[in-house]
Write a protein that binds this ligand. Structure first.
Ligand SMILES: [Zn+2]
Length: 125
């Protein structure tokens, strides 16, 4: 069935992305390990570089988890199903973000809720 073929294509895309992210993580971690000899003069920039790498590693690890989650849901046969409302995720959205686990509605809802702490309007009397 064509539906199955497209999931297979997504799986290949995810596996490719997975190995890219893993490569990147490996080289980032390597650079973290080799930079232990810090020259006093370079201390600040080295520290900055390490902090930047640490932040990148954190981002990559989340990305890796998302990809692995998507691959797992392909194996379980519920790939492309929103984990929040159990409705199918828009195909166009999956095309852009193959590791999406939420439909557009739920994604927007969550983003809206996470912004709610900030006041949108202040009355100045
Ligand atoms: Zn949803």
């Amino acid at each position: 069935m064509s539906e199955h073929a497209s999931v297979e294509r997504e799986r290949e895309k995810l596996l490719k992305e997975l190995s890219q992210v893993q490569d990147e993580l490996n080289s980032l971690r390597e650079s973290m390990q080799t930079e232990v000899d810090i020259e006093v003069d370079e201390g600040d920039s080295e520290v900055f570089e390490r902090e930047k790498n640490a932040a990148l590693i954190a981002v990559m690890e989340i990305r890796l988890q998302d990809i692995q989650n998507a691959l797992r849901s392909i194996e379980k046969g519920n790939y492309g199903i929103c984990t929040r409302c159990n409705k199918p995720i828009e195909p166009g959205r999956l095309e852009v973000k193959p590791d999406a686990t939420l439909c557009l509605n739920c994604q927007q809802e969550i983003e809206r809720l996470s912004r709610r702490g900030r006041p949108t309007r202040q009355i100045q009397w």
